[in-house]
Each structure stands twice: as structure tokens, then as C-alpha cells.
Design a protein around this ligand. Structure first.
Ligand SMILES: Nc1ncnc2c1ncn2[C@@H]1O[C@H](COP(=O)(O)OP(=O)(O)OP(=O)(O)O)[C@@H](O)[C@H]1O
Ligand SMILES: [Mg+2]
Length: 329
């Protein structure tokens, strides 16, 4: 059978990324042009600045991705951009570029949901992984337990009712004086601390939903009222409390669905404490999957992998494809 090459384009937030993937599983190139140093001085992503930088980077990053993969435009089978969720202006750059390219080189256009992409990062790490499985999706803008029934069929079993877990990590980081992006810095500092501070954990009756606003506020208040508190202890206690809630709900989801495989995905799945604790769940009845660290945060390889599965399932988009900032799975 002929190989299928998908060109993934990711511009939903502050990474301009383009990748070439073979048959949904093999990374031929994955160029990630991060804007983190640009947004660092503002303490977070400035949407207008992100869009402008995507415009400046997108052609260059695409050419690099083709060069590194050793292919030309004519070799591509489908152009697969992220069209949501994300920042609308940022998404529009990738979507518009993909549409223009699709028209110019006469290749199919297949839109990809960014969350579907995060889940697909697991397919790039484990060649044997196939649906069905449960995926704990923990990212900067989303927190969900997803039943991945097939490559393009998803059921959301639980989700956050307020903040995403990544937002909570970034907020805690800011409160204890760590700079944006704070998640990885909380991860590092927590290793020097003890989880000895009691923090609230929110549970919902008969539901797999999450809430992280209570714990976030508790961290803010404790930090404010106890000037001598060890920041490392606060970070370790925060990580432990949120991980316990994640694991409790995941275990309910596994029981409910009788699933034998659990994957994690999204930027926060790079967290070393969470990875360790999730790995402890592995036993003869449950196999754990975690994406390579580089594939946890935003990248176009995961988008091109999800794009491949959309493409072979027959999904096609027209030139009226639009960016949808609150796109659901
Ligand atoms: N080691 C880590 N520990 C904790 N959080 C981390 C770690 N590494 C990255 N993060 C967090 O992951 C988030 C970024 O992840 P991701 O790239 O998936 O988010 P996003 O694309 O902004 O959101 P979404 O994917 O929901 O649209 C940030 O909140 C960041 O702080
Ligand atoms: Mg993301």
C-alpha cells in the first residue's frame, strides 16, 4: 500500500509548528518555533502578538518541515491544520495558510481538533497503541477524561467545571514567584519540597467532573497569610492534591468502561510527579501510555497524526473551513 504523508499545521497558541508524518505514526519532521521568550516578559500569551508572530514564521517553518522530511509539496497527501480550540487570531493564521496551500497545490484539506491531536501524541510514541482506551487529557486549556472509542470517535466522561489544570499550575507558579510558563517550574521546585500542607480537593457526586478553582484560591490564600511558608512545600502539596483527584476520577472511569489501557496527554502530562503516580496504576489488567516529553506540549506532529486518521476515515474540508476557538471533541 502507498504511504500516506500528512502535513500538520499547529498555531493554536504560542507555538508555530509544522510536521510531516508518515501513515499517522512515523515522524519525518516536527519543527516547533516557540514564542515563549517573546511572551515571557508579559507573564502570559498576548493573543495579538502571537498571531503576528505566527504570520511571520509559518512559511519558513513549513519549508523547514518539508526540507527535514526530504519531500516536496507534491508528495503531501493531505494538509491538516488545527482549527480549534485555541486563540482565534492564532488559529486563523494556520487555517488560512493551510487553505491557501490546499488551493495552490490542489491537495485535500482536513481540519483537526487540537485535543484530538494531544491524544494522538500517544500513537507517535507507541506504535502498538490502538483504540479503545481511556485518555486523561490534562492541558493548558482543558482537563477531560475521554473514552477514545475509535481514532475519530470520542466520549467525554468527565471535564473541569472551571479552570483547566494547566491554568491552575500556571497560577500557582505565579503566586509563588515563578515565571511564565510556570508548570515546568512548579514541577522542578516541588521536588525540593514536602507535601505537608493540607489543600482542598473537590469531588462531585456521581460525576467524573473536576474543579480546580478551590485549590487555586487556597494556595493563593495560604501563600498570602503565611509569609514564611516554604514555596517548594506549597508546590509539592498542590501537585499531590490535584494528582489524587485526577487518579480517583480516572479509576472510576476505568471501572465504568472496563478499559484495559490508560493514556495521558496534554502539556501537563509532562509533569514528572503525575507521570510517576499514573505509572503506579499499571498492573496485569491495565497498561499505561504516556507521550514522549517533547510531544506532550503543542506540536504539529500530533496534529498530523490525528489528521491522518481523519483523512483515512474520509473527512474532508472546503475552503470555508473556519477557526473555532471553543471547538469541542
Ligand atoms: N512539567 C510540567 N508540569 C506541569 N505543567 C506543565 C509541565 N509542562 C507544561 N505544563 C503546562 O502545560 C500547559 C501547556 O500545555 P499545552 O501546550 O497542552 O496547553 P495549551 O495548548 O495552551 O492548551 P490546550 O491544549 O488545552 O489548548 C501549561 O499550562 C504549562 O504550564
Ligand atoms: Mg495544547
Amino acid at each position: 500500500m502507498k504511504d500516506i504523508l500528512t502535513l500538520g499545521i499547529e498555531t493554536s497558541c504560542d507555538e508555530t509548528s509544522v510536521a510531516v508524518i508518515k501513515n499517522g505514526r512515523e515522524i519525518l519532521s516536527n519543527i516547533i518555533d516557540t514564542q515563549i521568550p517573546i511572551h515571557e516578559k508579559y507573564g502570559g500569551v498576548v493573543p495579538e502578538i502571537a498571531s503576528r508572530n505566527h504570520v511571520e514564521a509559518i512559511s519558513r517553518v513549513t519549508k523547514l518541515a518539508l526540507k527535514e522530511a526530504g519531500i516536496e509539496f507534491k508528495d503531501i497527501d493531505a494538509i491538516t491544520p488545527t482549527y480549534g480550540p485555541g486563540l482565534v487570531g492564532a488559529l486563523l493564521v494556520g487555517v488560512s495558510y493551510a487553505k491557501a496551500l490546499s488551493f495552490a497545490i490542489n491537495k485535500p484539506l482536513v481540519g483537526v481538533n487540537h485535543i484530538q491531536g494531544h491524544i494522538a501524541a500517544n500513537y507517535l510514541t507507541y506504535s502498538e497503541l490502538r483504540p479503545p482506551f481511556i485518555c486523561l487529557l490534562i492541558s493548558g486549556g482543558n482537563t477531560q477524561i475521554v473514552h477514545v472509542k475509535d481514532y475519530t470517535e470520542f466520549e467525554i466522561l468527565g471535564k473541569t467545571r472551571d479552570d483547566a489544570i494547566g491554568e491552575a499550575f500556571d497560577k500557582v507558579a505565579r503566586v509563588v514567584g515563578l515565571e511564565y510558563p510556570g508548570g515546568p517550574k512548579v514541577d522542578k521546585l516541588a521536588k525540593e519540597g514536602e507535601a505537608n500542607i493540607k489543600l482542598p480537593k473537590t469531588h462531585f457526586e456521581n460525576s467524573l467532573d473536576f474543579s480546580f478553582s478551590g485549590i487555586k484560591t487556597a494556595v493563593i490564600n495560604i501563600n498570602h497569610n503565611n509569609k514564611d511558608i516554604k514555596k517548594a512545600d506549597l508546590c509539592a502539596s498542590f501537585e499531590k492534591a490535584v494528582t489524587e483527584v485526577l487518579i480517583e476520577n480516572v479509576q472510576k472511569a476505568l471501572k465504568q468502561t472496563n478499559a484495559k489501557s490508560l493514556a495521558i496527554a496534554g502539556g501537563v502530562s509532562a509533569n514528572s510527579y503525575i507521570r510517576n503516580e499514573i505509572l503506579k496504576l499499571q498492573n496485569e489488567n491495565l497498561k499505561i501510555y504516556m507521550p514522549d516529553m517533547k510531544l506532550c506540549t503543542d506540536n504539529a506532529a500530533m496534529i498530523a497524526s490525528a489528521g491522518y486518521y481523519n483523512f483515512i476515515s474520509g473527512k474532508r474540508d472546503n475552503l470555508d473551513l473556519n477557526a473555532i476557538p471553543n471547538l469541542k471533541l
